[in-house]
Design a protein around this ligand. Structure first.
Ligand code: PLP
Length: 388
């Protein structure tokens, strides 16, 4: 390994932005509880309400529709529930239809019973099969309750962008609710809840350069809302009780402000670096399979399989070369599991794939070093067909 390490795992967690760090430090020194009526409490309340506006602005929503949570996983568990309210009237959701490539935070189905969750298949290109979704919703019995559909905007492993507006039309025709996990899209694509025609968006702070431990459920309106997951003191207008975390929320908002500016321009620069890297990879190993290369992807991700190289072996080999990347999604045990995304796309998941995910902080020199590490790892792998 030469020189310092290169961090190429932004989809697992993006490095903390200096703006977010400063905002966290500022909030850390504020005394008081945001629900207190005294001046100290009111200062924290102002900080949280300003943060709400910033997070809302990132996705074209109204500030009043943002509910802060501890992260995207909690936001998913809040919204994925059979029990909704339309104002004060209970509203029943009888089935969740979740795409086969959702992050486990959504795929686990939140508060739905397992047998009330159906999977929407994806095509071999990694895009939600719209015909299959149509057929699933056509068979949905609305007498039992409304359908809820959950499809992510950008997949965390492949970076593939899903056709949410088209999906929304299908869901609307059946009177269903559309939940969109926008965790990997925020800061990488312009986001507008109205244009997406989604009912709810899910966001996470640490994927956009904010601190870990903050996220949001963003609603399109305020009328149709899930029954709370966490009950207690009635914070977040009763949708999520518990004293808010002003430090994490302030950092989240600072990151949202930063990544919301000029997203198109910033991401095309990142995309140019990613494309350069992929070009080098293809030169070094003509048999490398880059998943999702022919469809619409965000510019920061490359998900690839090198025949003859197992994902876990590859991950260690890159690590020894000083490159931090991941084999699919980061899983809590640290073990490399089989990729459900590859499986859903019809690939043999046994060999797995490696994910390089970069961001604005990534430099051309780092791309060169990563390409050199790739060439070394590719040259050292076993001949395809030989047991690993
Ligand atoms: N959704 C997607 C697409 C993700 O990539 C992740 C994190 O890996 C999550 C949800 C969960 O986010 P959090 O860590 O904020 O719970």
């Amino acid at each position: 390994m030469s020189g310092s390490r290169i961090y190429m795992d932004w989809n697992a967690t993006a490095p903390l932005l200096s703006e977010a760090r400063e905002a966290c430090l500022f909030a850390l020194d504020l005394v008081g509880n945001p629900s207190s009526v005294h001046g100290e409490g009111r200062a924290l309340r102002t900080l949280i309400e300003n943060a709400r506006r910033d997070v809302a602005a990132l996705c074209g929503a109204k500030a009043a529709s943002v509910i802060f949570t501890s992260g995207a996983t909690e936001a998913a568990n809040l919204v994925l529930t059979p029990d909704f309210r339309m104002g004060r009237t209970p509203l029943k959701i009888s089935r969740l239809y979740a795409s086969a490539i959702e992050h486990p935070a959504v795929r686990e189905g939140g508060r739905f019973q397992r047998d009330a969750v159906s999977e929407i298949p994806v095509t071999s290109a990694g895009i939600v099969d719209l015909e299959a979704l149509r057929a699933l919703l056509a068979a949905h019995d609305s007498e039992l309750g409304l359908p809820m559909v959950a499809v992510m905007l950008v997949n965390n492993e492949t970076g593939i962008i899903q056709p949410i507006a088209e999906i929304a039309e299908i869901v609307r025709a059946k009177g269903g609710i559309l939940v969109v996990d926008a965790v990997q899209a925020a800061g990488r694509l312009p986001l507008a809840i109205e244009e997406l025609n989604a009912d709810f968006l899910i966001l996470s702070s640490h994927k956009i350069g904010g601190p870990k431990g903050a996220g949001a459920l963003v609603a399109r309106g305020e009328i149709m809302m899930p029954v709370p997951l966490i009950r207690g003191g009635g914070q977040e207008k009763g949708h999520r009780s518990g004293t808010e975390n002003p430090v994490a929320i302030a950092g989240f908002a600072a990151a949202a402000r930063k990544v919301g500016e000029g997203v198109g321009q910033r991401m095309s620069a990142v995309g140019a670096l990613r494309d350069k890297l992929e070009g080098e990879m293809l030169k070094a190993a003509t048999d490398v399979v880059i998943h999702g290369r022919d469809v619409s992807r965000v510019g920061n991700t490359t998900f690839f399989t090198l025949p003859g190289l197992k994902a876990e072996t590859g991950q260690i080999a890159f690590d020894l070369e000083g490159v931090a990347l991941s084999a699919g999604s980061a899983c809590s045990s640290g073990k490399v599991g089989q990729s459900h995304v590859l499986m859903a796309m019809g690939y043999d998941p046994r060999q797995g794939a490696l994910r390089i995910s970069i961001g604005e902080g990534t430099t051309a020199a780092e791309i060169e070093r990563c390409a050199a590490a790739f060439a070394k790892v590719a040259a050292r792998r076993r001949a395809p067909g030989q047991a690993a």
